[in-house]
Design a protein around this ligand. Structure first.
Ligand code: P6P
Length: 335
């Protein structure tokens, strides 16, 4: 059977599932930008792109050169196409308005251009996370408020992972598909027809060095998994923490697991490290579309009404059985 490329998949989505043509074009542009980012990332030291840019992002985190390069690649690829009304990025404080010389479109694109970039200098997988919302009707100049839509409003979400293979994982609202980059042909080829998260798992992902800062439900849940077969859960668990959300989520999509970045006592005024709009929401839509679950410990992440563009959120996502368990522990602790 002939290979199904991303372009063919998107054309068939347009034909069979009413995926609007301009959304199809938008996804193809983002995919092309991810190819360019993959190329830049893979050069590493040979491309003079490692190390810090000497600037900080809106979170006060040191930007890597590749953070800035990846952000610019996505802006330049998307600003002229006519599919977008505006863009937002982890690397930019304000929304990015489409320059006046270009036409505007119906969508808002949000992204973390290079997630996990602290891993770049040690050659560990990183990725790009993106989310697509509709621009509210009649909005000539989208403001921050235009972006503040719940995750359920996303019309598309995806990520590219720059690992041993470069892959694009995508949902348009009817399942999750995985495409592997064929570098010789320069095209993304459908290799994972339907990615699903197993309901149960024996693997958890959390940064254990923060253990003393966790809230009780998280401490209880992790202790039970550490107790293994001798404890309440009656089975042994393994642990993985790549510190690159894209890589940890990709593993969970591939073989199950639960990913946790809880709020902790280090920054009690902030509900965790990860950002809602361009990390947690797109990943939660993908995980739910793959049969998993995603909460902030108290409610479905996709139901959260955003209050600011760069707001943070606690994240528990992956195998439904485990997410439901740790969420129930949070509810018990409130009772
Ligand atoms: P920590 C990367 O910086 C990131 O935003 C996510 O990709 C990753 O899951 C998390 O932070 C890692 O955080 O505190 O373990 O370094």
């Amino acid at each position: 059977m002939s290979r199904v490329t991303l372009s063919r998949y998107l054309i068939e989505q347009t034909r069979n599932h009413d995926t609007p043509a301009d959304l199809r074009f938008l996804v193809e542009v983002v995919a092309r930008a991810c190819k360019a980012i993959s190329h830049a990332v893979s050069k590493g030291a040979l491309g003079g792109v490692l190390g810090n840019a000497g600037t900080d992002n809106v979170q006060g985190e040191a930007q890597k050169k590749l953070d800035v390069i990846s952000n610019e690649i996505l802006l330049e690829a998307n600003e002229w196409g006519g599919h977008l009304a505006a863009m937002a990025s982890e690397e930019m404080e304000e929304a990015y308005q489409i320059p006046g010389r270009y036409p505007k479109g119906a969508y808002l694109l949000l992204f973390d251009p290079l997630d996990g970039s602290s891993n770049i200098d040690v050659n560990v997988s990183v990725g790009t996370i993106f989310s697509v919302l509709r621009c509210p009707e009649g909005t000539e100049t989208p403001s921050e408020a235009s972006f503040l839509q719940a995750g359920t409003e996303q019309v598309c979400a995806g990520y590219a992972i720059y690992g041993p293979q470069t892959m694009l994982v995508l949902t348009l609202g009817n399942g999750v598909k995985g495409f592997t980059l064929d570098r010789e042909m320069g095209s993304f080829v459908l290799t994972h027809e339907s990615m699903t998260v197993p309901e149960s798992t024996k693997e958890f992902a959390i940064n254990m060095s923060n253990q003393r800062h966790w809230e009780t439900p998280v401490s209880r849940y992790v202790a039970e998994m550490q107790a293994g077969a001798t404890g309440a859960l009656g089975k042994d668990y393994n642990m993985r923490w790549i510190a690159s959300m894209v890589a940890d989520v990709h593993r969970i999509l591939t073989r199950g697991g639960i990913f946790m970045y809880p709020r902790d006592a280090r920054e009690p005024e902030k509900p965790g490290k990860l950002r809602l709009m361009y990390e947690a929401n797109p990943m939660s839509l993908i995980i739910e579309q793959a049969g998993g679950a995603a909460t902030n410990g108290h409610q479905r992440i996709l139901d959260i009404q955003p209050e600011s563009l760069h707001q943070r959120v606690a994240v528990f996502l992956g195998s439904k059985e485990e997410v439901e368990r740790i969420t129930s522990y949070h509810h018990h602790s409130e009772a």
